[in-house]
Structures are given as C-alpha cells and as structure tokens.
Design a protein around this ligand. Sequence first.
Ligand code: GDP
Ligand code: GDP
Length: 439
Amino acid sequence: MKPVIALVGRPNVGKSTLFNRLTRSRDALVADLPGLTRDRHYGEGRIGERPFLVIDTGGFEPVAKDGIMHEMAKQTKQAVAEADVVVFIVDGRQGLTPHDKTITDFLRKSGRPVMLVVNKAEGMKYTTVTADFYELGLGDPYVISAAHGDGVMDLVNEALDAAFAQRPAEEAAPDPATRGIKLAIVGRPNVGKSTLVNTLLGEERVIAFDMPGTTRDSIEIPFERDGKHYTLVDTAGIRRRGKVFEAIEKFSVVKTLQSISEANVVLLLLDAQQDISEQDAHIAGFILESGRALVVGVNKWDGLDNDRRNQIKMDMERKLNFLFFAKFHFISALNNSGIGPLMKSVDAAYAAAMAKLSTPRLTRALIEAVEHQQPRRKGSIRPKLRYAHQGGQNPPVVVIHGNALEAIDDNYKRYLEKHFRETFSLVGTPLRIELRSGK
Ligand code: GDP
Ligand code: GDP
C-alpha cells in the first residue's frame, strides 16, 4: 500500500504550496472536465518509482480559546491518525510561534513519526533559519523552499523511508495471491457496499476466505464467478465479521484512495434513493484522476417509481458527466438484481484498460482522425501529427509523435480521444493522450 504523508502546520506556512508541488496534476485535461469537483486536500504523488498519498490538512486551525487548543477539525485528526508519517511545517521567515508549540504537543500525543520542516528557507543559512525551532524538541529540522522546490525531493525520500520503517510487520506479511481482476468497491457510507460484497460472495465460490488481515485491515478476497477469477482488494468502508461483511460507519478518504490505487477496476456505488452528493462527486473525481477502469452501480433501484428514476438519472447526468466513459448499471444489491450485467461490464472495462494497441493500428487510427478533421493552425503554425504508439495500460496511454504539437488545443485532444475510443471500443476506462513533439 502507498505510504501516506500528512502535511500539518498552522495557516500560511506553505502547506498547500508543498501539496501542489507534490501532487502536480499530470493530466491537464482532467482539470477542465465540467462537473468534476476536486478535493484539493488529498492527492497522489510520485518521486522516481516511489508513489505515495499526501494529505494537506488545510483545516488545521489551532486557534487558542482560553489558552486551550480549539477542537481540531475531525478530518484533520483522522488524517493524522491515518498517516504513516507527519510532515510538520513551520515558517522560517516568521520564526517560532505559540501555535507551533500547540501543534507539537498534539503531534507528540498522536504517536506518529514527525518530521519538522522549516519552509521558506530559500537564500537563508541553515543555522539561522533553524535556530528557533530546536526548542520544539523534534530534532534537527529539515529545511526546504516549497515555492522553489529546494530540499523537497530529499524531504520526501526521507519521509518515505520513515513510512516504510513504520510498518515492517505489514511488509513481511505474506501477500495473498491475487488472481484475475482486482476489484475495489467504493462509495460513501450506506450506499450498499457491504450488501453488494455479501451478495457477490454469498452466491459464488470464495476461493480462500480466511486471508490473514494485515495491520491496516486490508482485505483481499479472491472469488470466482461464472468461471472467472476476481480478487476483491482492500475495499474501503467494510469490514469482515465472521462470515459476512459489515459497513464501517466512518468514511475514510485515505482508505478509499488506497483501494482505488490497488484495483484494476473500481466499482463505484451510488444510492438511487438519495441525490448525488458532494462526497459522491469527490470519490468519482479521485477515481478519474487515478486512471482506473470504472463501472458505476446505481444501487437500491428496487421499489422506486418512474419519477424518482428519471430524477436520479438527470441528477447523475448533471453532476457526474465527467464519467462519460463508464457504464452505469441500475441494480439492487439486496435483491441480487442486475449483478450479472454489472460484472460483465467489469470484465469489459478491464479488457479495455488492458487493451494492447499496436503502433500500426494506432497510427492508422491517428491518420484517419486527422484526415477527417485537421488540427487548427495557431498563427502560422500547423501541428503535424505523424504516428502514435501505446505508452501504458490501465489506463491506456496513447503517445502521439509529430511536430508543433504544443499548438494543439484541448478540444482537438478530446476529439482524438473520442476517435481512439470508438476505433478500439474502449468502454469503461479513461484514455490518456500524450503529445510529443520532435525537435
Ligand atoms: P498554507 O496556508 O499553509 O497552505 O500556506 P500556503 O501554501 O497557502 O502559503 C502561504 C504563503 O506562503 C503564500 O503566499 C505562499 O506563496 C508563501 N510560500 C509558500 N512556500 C514558500 C516558500 O518556500 N518561500 C516563500 N518565500 N514563500 C512561500
Ligand atoms: P455500506 O455502508 O455502503 O456498506 O452500506 P450497507 O451495505 O451497509 O447498506 C446500507 C443500507 O442500505 C442497509 O440497510 C441495506 O440493507 C440497504 N441496502 C443495501 N442495498 C440495497 C438495495 O439494493 N436496495 C435497498 N432497498 N436497500 C439496500
């Protein structure tokens, strides 16, 4: 599982600047999709080959009330509890403040490893900028400039080392053999996740039910359905009790992100008896950014009248239109209805995500697309698209080579995506287009 780094500190020390630097979105297209709400407090980062999750605890307001720390936002407490390592940021230009001490006390009680980081240190001497902060008793501070990037790589590498040192037991635990499609079932509390898992596992052969759980409650349940193998991975928000799975009341963004990143296909469950909420849209946004294949189950379809059915369909079209690439299924986990077709779409989404697209086929499709519609000129520059090859799977990445490709706008990129999607029948998976200009 990806290590989790929480960024903590009082307002204005540079948390979100660091967060943005660590999670800089790889895909500008994602940012433009209408309807997509982003939770800017959670993101994925990567340093070399090391992926991680990062949480910006932006809500941390240690405002003193009668000298006592104000009740910290629940989210922030949860974030610290779920983090493997806490990066505690202080402001090197401002020096030590009483709030920094309050936060230190809280972090000490949390029992998490803490790295003290002095930000805004560009152009300053280590000894000068750190002198104040030894008083916190957190050891030698790290020194960075989040704005300029100085020291950030080293900091993250150290944080990841600390995170891995934290969980030797888990690393050593034998991984149950995952087979077939790795499937995560996600959704906000009460949409029917555990009901669906019980329905799926109840009627089908569970190959090895008793998997040793790790310290972090991760779940891996291989099962077989219609002769096909699947493994349920680390499904957030449910827990095993005896032979059945039960819902966990608390919603955890971190667990949801972990589940998504471990899966090949994500099954997003929605509740047809409720309107689409912010939380649904956030989770959908995480899935989109992760690039995982996706199938949407609109659950509790039983017992709804036609008016309600139309209403929820319109609500989804309005709020989740950025999931245009996914199949929506109207199901009842409770009555075991619609589950067969749903799982067929899981298979199809997986096949699309793993599709192998040869260079000649991709190039032919590219030429077709360009013949049908040329990219626009930008001034006197006309982009020239020459050939395409596949740059990755799950999600498929199509890398297009040519000249002056930086002049290609998002609309044209979307047109290309649509063309590749249709040509290769890619349903249920995001598709990324990368443009590479030769010099
Ligand atoms: P947050 O409230 O902790 O999330 O802080 P922000 O990331 O919003 O940063 C607060 C202010 O500090 C902004 O004006 C940033 O531009 C500035 N800032 C952040 N990092 C640095 C840095 O490394 N050096 C300098 N000089 N300013 C910084
Ligand atoms: P979770 O929190 O997402 O795991 O949700 P649960 O599986 O615990 O379900 C929450 C509630 O919704 C329970 O009372 C279920 O019985 C009910 N529920 C789940 N699926 C369905 C369904 O398909 N139809 C109806 N009517 N109720 C359902």
